[in-house]
Design a protein around this ligand. Structure first.
Ligand SMILES: Cc1cc2nc3c(=O)[nH]c(=O)nc-3n(C[C@H](O)[C@H](O)[C@H](O)COP(=O)(O)O)c2cc1C
Length: 357
């Protein structure tokens, strides 16, 4: 691939990211007891850091036990978890990348099995087997998962506090960047979309009301993170469902996030409802990301089938997006970022590998 802008550094606040090819957050469902990172996480993220991804976004990490997708999710609410994250963040940084973490509450997509067990994400872990009743804006189940409890005003305040506390813990653990997950049908997205939010109070109905919790969370996270460290938000450009979030609504949300001090929007779409898969096509969120950038006036990075080298060459030649986020291609090959940019200049590769070039 012609490297184009792909190896230009990007500075967000005081954090310098060495290139524009970043690793997407991808749940490993492999945490130890009580959500603590394991050797799996160290090797998995460490090898992608050696493999040239400029920023490693550690997977969806729960802000509290009831906010996990499965009993095997990472968490960042306890002292023991912070110790594990400290090792993980230092490993990622020592191996040459920027350490970022995605903070999440799964809402109604909670208490399911690991994807490779039974019917995975569509199979609930019942309360008697160690599962729990999910929390959500309204008691509307996701597919075959356990019906959630509609959240009270106190539950909503607790979520804001949990995100703020998780942010303090992320800083304490040494992460350079935090990302709020407000997409893929998880709690904050559930509040944003009329499809999953049927509330009659100040958190439901108008767009202003549906944005209220996500914006409260963004403000709380920004306030809890040091000013020199950037905050990202993963946003959805559309629900791909009649009656769901549209690009126009996504742009209004993006502008409000920008005003609260968000540094970059990670643009995705879909996954709100079990029966509405996003279209299967290369670069499906690229145009959305450009459009959201024009509306919000801040940096953006699209995710979703962005790994094709020809597509990337065009993106780094002519698109206005600031970086590209890659998921599954990096599961298949930890060194995908290095392979994309090739072996010249050789300084781009770890010195330990120069004799192989
Ligand atoms: C195994 C797996 C786990 C994932 N976990 C997360 C996650 O923790 N947080 C998130 O925002 N997206 C998650 N995703 C979605 C990816 O981050 C990404 O948005 C999606 O795979 C599309 O990008 P790709 O076409 O490059 O794979 C996951 C995807 C996969 C395949």
């Amino acid at each position: 691939m012609d490297r184009g802008r792909s190896t230009e550094p990007l500075k967000l606040r005081e954090v310098r990211i060495a290139n524009r090819i970043w690793m997407s957050p991808m749940c490993q469902y492999s945490a130890g007891q009580d959500g603590v990172p394991t050797n799996w996480h160290g090797v998995h993220y460490g090898s992608r850091a050696v493999g040239g991804s400029g920023m490693i976004m550690v997977e969806s990490t729960a802000v509290g036990p009831r906010h996990r997708t499965t009993p095997h999710d990472l968490g960042i609410w306890s002292a023991e978890q912070i110790v594990g994250h400290r090792m993980l963040a230092s490993q990622i940084k020592e191996l040459g990348s920027v350490a970022a973490i995605q903070l999440n509450s799964a809402g109604r997509k909670s208490s399911h099995r690991q994807p490779w067990v039974q019917s995975g994400q569509n199979s609930a872990v019942p309360v008697q087997d160690g599962g729990w009743v999910p929390l959500a804006p309204s008691p509307i189940a996701f597919g075959k998962l356990t019906a959630p409890a509609g959240m009270t005003a106190a539950d909503i305040d607790d979520v804001v506090d949990a995100f703020a506390a998780a942010t303090v813990n992320a800083h304490d653990a040494g992460y350079d960047v935090v990302e709020i997950h407000a997409a893929h049908g998880y709690l904050l997205h559930q509040f944003l979309s009329p499809v999953s939010n049927a509330r009659q109070d100040e958190y439901g109905g108008s767009l202003e009301n549906r944005m209220r919790l996500p914006l409260r969370v963004a403000k709380a996270v920004r306030d809890a993170f040091p000013p020199e460290k950037p905050m990202l938000v993963r946003v959805t450009a559309t629900d791909w469902i009649e009656g769901g979030i549209t690009l126009d609504e996504a742009k209004v949300f993006a502008k409000r996030l920008a005003r609260l001090g968000t540094d970059l929007l990670d643009v995705t779409s879909g996954a709100l409802a079990a029966d509405a898969p996003p279209p299967n096509r290369q670069g499906l969120n690229l145009d959305f990301a450009e459009s959201i950038k024009r509306a919000a006036g801040i940096a953006v990075a699209p995710v979703g089938q962005m790994a094709d080298p020809d597509l990337l060459r065009d993106v780094f030649e002519s698109s206005s997006v600031d970086a590209v986020i890659i998921g599954r291609a990096l599961l298949r090959d930890p060194y995908y970022a290095l392979r994309l940019v090739g072996d010249q200049p050789k300084e781009y590769w770890p010195s330990q590998y120069h004799r192989a070039l």
